[in-house]
Design a protein around this ligand. Structure first.
Ligand SMILES: [Mg+2]
Length: 286
C-alpha cells in the first residue's frame, strides 16, 4: 500500500552508544532485532547522525548488523549523504549543496588555518590526520576540564579572525578522553537534521532524534521530539534537562527508563522506547 506523505516518520539517531551498544551497560538482546524490523516499515525514514566518516559508518553497519539508513549525517554534521547499496557495500552520495551552505562560515579558510588561530590553547591535542575532515578540525583534551568554558573561548578567538564556528565538546567515557570538534557554525548535527527535514518537506513534529552524549545535546534540546537513551551519563542527563527547560522544550525531551517491550532502555531499546513514546503507532509495528 502506498504511503501518504503525511504518514512518514523520520528517526534520526546517533550511532556510538546510542544504536551501537559499545558502552559499559548491557544491551537487551531484542533491541537490534526490533530495530531491524522497524526499519522495514515503508513509513520510516531512517537517518544516522554521527561523528563517524563514511568508512567508519560502513564498518558499524556491518559489525553491528544495523539497518541501512536512507540518509547519513557524518563527521559530526559537516557531511550529509544519501545512502544506497547494501549492508555489505553501502554507497554514500554526498550532498554538495550542504557543503556549499556551511563553507561560508569559515570564510574560505581551512582546518590548517584554524589550527594556527588556536595555537594558544595548550590543552588541545590534535587528533590523527584521518580524523580531520574538510570542515572538521578535531582535538583531544583531558577530562575534568571546563569544556563549556573552553568552547566559549575558542569560539571567541576564531571569531576575532572572522571565523564563525561551532565548538562541539563531549567526553568519550570508554577512552576517558575529551573530544573537541571545531565545525562551521551551521554544520552541527542539529543544523544538518533541520536541513534534511526542510529538503524532504517533513513536518518537524514527525521527527524523533535519539542520542547519548555531548554532541547530541543541541539536537536533544532543539524542540524536536528527542530521546536520551538510558545508558547516557548522569552528567549528560542533567545538562539535557537544564538546556531543554531553559529553552522551554522540556516536554519534547524523553529520558528512556526501560520497561518498553521488556527491554532495559539502553542503546537501541531506549531509541525504540522514545520513538514509541512520541509515535504510539510504532508499538504495533514491532
Ligand atoms: Mg554517541
Amino acid at each position: 500500500m502506498a504511503v501518504q506523505h503525511g504518514e512518514k516518520i523520520m528517526l534520526c539517531s546517533d550511532l556510538d552508544r546510542t544504536l551501537i551498544p559499545n558502552g559499559f551497560q548491557p544491551e537487551s538482546p531484542d533491541a537490534r532485532p526490533f530495530l531491524r524490523r522497524l526499519a522495514q516499515r515503508p513509513e520510516l525514514i531512517l537517518v544516522y547522525a554521527t561523528g563517524r566518516d563514511t568508512g567508519l559508518i560502513a564498518e558499524a553497519l556491518k559489525t553491528w548488523d544495523l539497518p541501512l539508513p536512507h540518509i547519513a549525517v557524518g563527521d559530526v554534521g559537516t557531511a550529509i549523504y544519501t545512502v544506497a547499496g547494501t549492508l555489505d557495500k553501502p554507497q554514500f552520495d554526498p550532498w554538495q549543496d550542504w557543503q556549499e551552505a556551511i563553507a561560508a562560515d569559515w570564510n574560505g579558510r581551512n582546518g590548517r588555518d584554524l589550527l594556527k588561530m588556536l595555537s594558544d590553547f595548550k590543552v588541545l591535542r590534535l587528533q590523527a590526520e584521518e580524523k580531520q575532515k574538510a570542515f572538521k578540525l578535531s582535538f583531544y583534551t583531558d577530562v575534568g576540564l571546563d569544556l563549556e568554558g573552553l568552547a566559549g573561548k575558542m569560539k571567541a578567538a576564531l571569531l576575532e579572525n572572522g571565523i564563525r564556528a561551532s565548538i562541539v565538546a563531549s567526553i568519550d567515557e570508554m577512552a576517558d578522553v575529551g573530544l573537541v570538534d571545531v565545525l562551521p557554525e551551521r554544520a552541527t548535527k542539529v543544523h544538518a537534521i533541520y536541513y534534511i527535514i526542510q529538503k524532504y518537506s517533513i513536518d518537524a513534529s514527525r521527527v524523533v532524534y535519539a542520542g547519548d552524549s555531548g554532541n547530541d545535546l543541541p539536537a536533544l534540546t532543539s524542540g524536536l521530539n528527542a530521546v536520551l537513551v538510558r545508558n547516557a551519563s548522569e552528567d549528560v542527563c542533567r545538562q539535557a534537562i537544564d538546556m531543554a527547560s531553559q529553552k522551554g522544550h522540556e516536554f519534547a525531551l524523553y529520558l528512556a527508563e526501560g520497561g518498553f517491550m521488556g527491554m532495559n532502555g539502553n542503546y537501541a531499546a531506549g531509541v525504540l522506547e522514545g520513538l514509541a513514546h512520541f509515535m504510539p503507532a510504532v508499538r504495533h509495528w514491532l
